[in-house]
Design a binder for this molecule. Structure first.
Ligand code: ADP
Ligand code: ADP
Length: 227
């Protein structure tokens, strides 16, 4: 069954008299618990697609379905709740709060949402991401790979059904990138979360269940890895 589906999705940007077709009729779907990599050159529309799926931006036309929801039918308030509860975001820049320690960063979105913190679950995530010894550490004392693992822990802690990761290894060296990706894949599997990952790195993409290629706002290949 599909957890994400886009129907005739278009996103055009107007720049003066010029129109940029960032997404031009994209039909794309992701299965529950699938780990999908979206690859394509810079400017091909990858981030725009991820932002549409995460409800960070609205399409020019077409629709995004996530679970049983048509995002275009949600009010602003409903969309904000959707982003907080159903989606976990991981970005290239880790976006950690500098004066909060690792544990505090991981539970912050749950606290801001006024929800109960499932401490056992948070402990399990920290353990799986090999951050147990770093619970009290401040972000600026951590390596890039450790900071991204904290960002992944934070994304997973609110128990979203989907993790959206935009170039999560963009600031990491090759070995660290592979480690971080391996851990992301393992925790997502453990907690039955779907992952959609943007990368321009072919080696990182190979770690996914399926690779989707985007060129100039079009999905050009959405086949299985073992096609
Ligand atoms: P990618 O993530 O593959 O690098 P993007 O989705 O960021 O691609 O961008 C797709 C196209 O849309 C590019 O031509 C980019 O310049 C353009 N674009 C993205 N965001 C905006 C914006 N806010 N205003 C105008 N053009 C934009
Ligand atoms: P990257 O570092 O991969 O370029 P950014 O950190 O710039 O990504 O984030 C991309 C956009 O998404 C930014 O405009 C940011 O404000 C927005 N954003 C990031 N996290 C969230 C969130 N949880 N909810 C809403 N918008 C967000």
């Amino acid at each position: 069954s599909w957890i994400v589906e886009t129907k005739n999705l278009k996103k055009y940007y107007r720049l003066g008299t010029h129109t940029v077709k960032a997404l031009d009729d994209v039909n794309f779907a992701v299965r529950e618990q699938e780990f999908v990599a979206i690859i394509g050159k810079s400017g091909s529309g990858k981030s725009t697609l991820l932002h549409m799926i995460g409800g960070l931006d609205t399409p020019t036309s077409g629709e995004v379905y996530v679970g049983d929801k048509a995002l275009g039918k949600l009010s602003k308030e409903q969309l904000a709740i959707f982003r907080r509860r159903k989606v976990g975001f991981v970005f290239q820049s880790y976006n950690l709060v500098p004066d909060l320690n690792v544990y505090e960063n991981v539970v912050l979105p749950i606290e801001l949402d006024g929800k109960h913190i499932d401490r056992e679950f948070v402990d399990e995530i920290l353990e799986l991401l090999q951050l147990n010894e770093k619970r009290e550490a401040l972000p600026n004392t951590l390596s890039g790979g450790q900071q991204q693992r904290v960002a992944i822990a934070r994304a997973i802690a609110s128990k979203p059904s989907i993790i959206l990761a935009d170039e999560p290894t963009g600031n990491l060296d090759t070995a660290t990138s592979h480690d971080v990706m391996g851990l992301l894949k393992m925790v997502a599997r453990q907690f039955k979360q779907t992952v959609i990952l943007i990368t321009h790195d072919q080696d990182i993409a190979q770690m996914a269940d399926r690779i989707v290629r985007i060129e100039d706002g079009h999905v050009v290949k959405a086949g299985e890895l073992d096609d």
